[in-house]
Ligand binder design. Sequence first.
Ligand code: ISE
Length: 339
Amino acid sequence: MASAPLGVAVIGTGRMGADHVRRLSTVIGGARVAAVADLDAERAKAVAGPLEGCTAHTDPAAAMAAPGVAAVLIASSGPAHEPALLEAFRRGLPVLCEKPLTPDPGGALRVLEAEARLGRRLTQVGFMRRYDTEYVRLKALLDGGSLGRALFLHCRHRNASSPSFFTTEMLIRDSVAHEVDAARWLLGQEVTAVQVLRPRPSSYAPEGLGDPQLVLCETSGGAVVDVEIFVNCGFGYEVRCEAVCERGSVSTGAGAGPVVRREGRWGGEVPQDYTERFADAYDREVQAWVDATRAGRVTGPSTWDGYAAAVVCEAGVTAQRTGGRVPVELGLERPGLYA
Ligand code: ISE
C-alpha cells in the first residue's frame, strides 16, 4: 500500500460533506482533504481554511484538478451527482458518491454506461448501512442459513424532522432508498414490485408533505419488505429492521445506549440524526474506501446498486401517485463489471 495519504477532493460542504471533511481529516487514517468545492464560496473557504494545503473552489471540476487530488468524495445534493461523477470518470479518479447515486434512473443509467465504457469500476456508493455493525451481523446471520429463509423485513425509518426543501417524492428517493439498498443486500434479491400506503399526514408534517407513509416491496425470492417512513416523527432518529425468517427472527436498531434510572423512572437517549446514529458506520465506510483506493481496488456498493435503487425508487414514486402496485423493471441484466 502506498505510504502517502490519499488526497481527496470533497464536493459539497453542506452537512454531510462537512462531516466527511472532519472524518477524513481527524478520524480515519491514510487520507487528507486536498480540495473542497461548494456553490457557496464562503462555506467552501470556511471548511478549507483550517486544513493545511486544502484549496477552496466553487466549481467541482476545479477542485478535482487541484494539486494533490487523487480521489473524489461527492456529497453535494442528489441532482449534482451525475455531472460530478462524469467529471471524475473523465479524469480517471476513484469516487465515493453519497446516496442517491442520482435521484432518477435515467441519470443512474448514464453513469452506469459511462463507467462501463471505462471498463473498470471507479465508484463506491455511500449506502453506509452496509458498514453498520448491527446490519453486518444481521447479514451474517441471514447468510449463515441457520434461521432459514427470510420471509419479511419489517423496517422503520424515522427522522426527527425533515429539512425545508424535502418533498413527498424525497421520502422515497432520499430516505427509503436506504431500505431498498439494505433489502437487496441483506436478502441478495432484487425488488420486483412496490406499493405505497399513505395515511392522513401527521398534523406536525410541513404543509403539503405526505408524511408518514408505508412502503411495501416484493422481492425476487418471495420475501416482503415493509418500510414505515416518517420524517417528522419529532422525537429523534430511529432506524430499525427486523428480519422474520422460517426458524427465527433478528432485529436491529433497538438502541443499546446507557439506561439511566432516576427518580422512579428509567430511560435512555434517542439519537437526533443520522450523523450521530450511523457515525461508526460512516467511519468504517470512508476508511474502507480510502484503504481500497490506496490499494488500487474498488469495493462496496457499486454503480449497479445505485442504479437498481434508483429504479425501485422511481417505481415507488409512481406507486405514491397512483396508489397501485407498480412492478419494477430493471431493464437490463447486471453487467459483468458488477458481478
Ligand atoms: C438523508 O439524506 C439520509 O441519508 C438519512 O440517512 C435519512 O435518514 C434521511 O431521511 C435522508 O433525508
